[in-house]
Ligand binder design. Structure first.
Ligand code: URA
Length: 266
């Protein structure tokens, strides 16, 4: 970047961005102002004043976006309204790199809610959770305990946008989704939540322990709005694809889930 001879071109640039409806790139403006001659300090004020009200990611803090997610969630009176709010939400740092938000699949109001980690490439393409190889294995695991999306299982994730390269979602990415996750639980009132894998289990339980320690036990999850449900962590089907020798552990997870659902659904 070469230093501008005066600050005038900088305000011209931000005026043009504003006219085009583009968010002002604050970092670039700061860098240009730092490089421009000092005597035009008022130009900085003009540039600031010209900046449109922050709307998109990048000009709002992560906390602002999390508050916005909480506000939108509280306003959503139905699952459809909540899904529409999630799809329109611009606060996830992951959104720009994705095809679409992946919100939920299955039967709303089912006793069983499975919460996974977040969409991969296939889910991003189809707009549905757990539809790749791991999802097909999840369907077979659920079928073994007489559960299916079409009848008695609801499936979602702790993060709705595909992270690049299938990496785990980061804390900030999970935090902006949490109000939506909580509201989805409140609107569908599951009898039992199953956290599929370490990411949702550790995040929902705010635990320092990993999945190997958490699985095999039952916990309680309380949403921000005060709805409480039992939560059982289980091994993620993608992990089982990599480590089929752990299938007997997964089977024990499923038997625990089936037994608890029998109690809870009476
Ligand atoms: N893995 C997950 O945790 N969620 C999905 O939706 C797909 C794969």
């Amino acid at each position: 970047m070469s230093a501008p001879a005066s600050r005038e071109p900088i305000s011209a640039l931000t005026d043009w961005w504003t006219a085009m409806g583009v968010d002002v790139d604050e970092a670039l403006v700061e860098a240009l102002l730092a490089a421009a001659p000092e005597e035009e300090a008022p130009a900085r004020q003009a540039v600031k004043a010209a900046a449109p009200a922050p709307r998109r990611r990048g000009v709002r803090s992560a906390d602002d976006w999390t508050r916005e997610a909480a506000r939108l969630s509280a306003e959503a009176a139905t699952l459809e309204a909540l899904a529409a709010a999630i799809r329109a939400f611009e606060g996830s740092p992951l959104r720009a790199g994705c095809e679409q938000a992946v919100v939920y699949d299955g039967t709303p109001g089912a006793g069983l809610m499975v919460i996974g980690e977040g969409p991969g490439a296939e889910e991003d393409r189809q707009g549905k959770p757990f539809v790749g190889k791991a999802g097909q294995l999840l369907d077979r695991m659920l079928a073994a305990i007489h559960r299916s999306r079409s009848e008695n299982a609801f499936i979602t994730n702790v993060n709705y946008w595909r992270p690049p390269g299938n990496r785990n979602p980061e804390a900030e990415e999970l935090a902006v989704c949490r109000p939506f996750v909580d509201r989805m639980i409140e609107l569908t009132q599951p009898k039992l939540i199953v956290a599929a894998g370490g990411v949702p289990a550790v995040s929902l339980l705010a635990s320092k322990d990993g999945i190997m320690k958490l699985r095999g036990n039952e916990y309680s999850y309380r949403t921000a709005g005060g709805f409480t449900a039992p939560l059982i962590p289980m091994l993620h089907p993608a992990y089982l694809l990599r480590r089929p020798q752990d299938k007997s552990r997964a089977w024990r997870d499923l038997l625990l889930i089936e037994a608890r659902l029998a109690d809870l659904e009476g």
